[in-house]
Design a protein around this ligand. Structure first.
Ligand SMILES: Cc1cc2nc3c(=O)[nH]c(=O)nc-3n(C[C@H](O)[C@H](O)[C@H](O)COP(=O)(O)OP(=O)(O)OC[C@H]3O[C@@H](n4cnc5c(N)ncnc54)[C@H](O)[C@@H]3O)c2cc1C
Length: 142
């Protein structure tokens, strides 16, 4: 009723961007969504921005302690985080963390079911989840 009586319904597409060739320019760098906008799936947009912040802070501190050049710290930050976040962007397009929703729809033929265990084993579910955690840097071991 809420939807059918609404005067306007806005639709927002899910948007991401291909990986940029570089983030760091002299003493300026990019982080968070400015560096790697990705589909908001799997708690990863702000989580990746936080990992950026941690990495950048560590690199700046190390460079400062060594009396070095900020530009070297920004380069190391980019080298560590650009490929890692590019993998998350690409994985979100093909095998996202909510891939199980598509998989369950496929396995059930789009029909209602009572128990997910009738469709897929717990081991397979865990493998899907662990694979994404590994790529996103959320794996407990990492
Ligand atoms: C619908 C939706 C759901 C999401 N769900 C999740 C989720 O569940 N988990 C998760 O981890 N992430 C989620 N995200 C992604 C997450 O919100 C972003 O990845 C995160 O906010 C990026 O942080 P940021 O600081 O890089 O950028 P932003 O949060 O966009 O911050 C940039 C800031 O800069 C300000 N700004 C822009 N231009 C200027 C200017 N010229 N001068 C001064 N200030 C300026 C903006 O106002 C803004 O406050 C979701 C995103 C969307 C859209």
């Amino acid at each position: 009723a809420l939807i059918s009586s609404a005067e306007h319904v806005f639709e927002y597409p899910m948007v991401d961007k291909d990986a940029l060739p570089r983030w760091s320019f002299e003493r300026v760098t990019l982080m968070g969504d400015a560096a790697h906008p990705m589909y908001p799936r799997g708690s990863n947009g702000s989580a990746q921005a936080l990992i950026d912040a941690r990495t950048l802070a560590d690199e700046i501190e190390a460079e400062h302690d060594a009396g070095g050049d900020l530009r070297a710290a920004l380069q190391r930050y980019q080298d560590a985080r650009l490929p890692a976040t590019a993998r998350v962007v690409e994985t979100n397009r093909t095998l996202p963390p909510d891939f199980i929703i598509m998989k369950a729809d496929e396995l059930s033929g789009g029909k209602p079911f009572d128990n997910i265990d009738d469709l897929i084993s717990q081991d397979e579910l865990r493998a899907i989840s662990d694979n994404y955690k590994q790529i996103a840097g959320f794996a407990l071991k990492a």
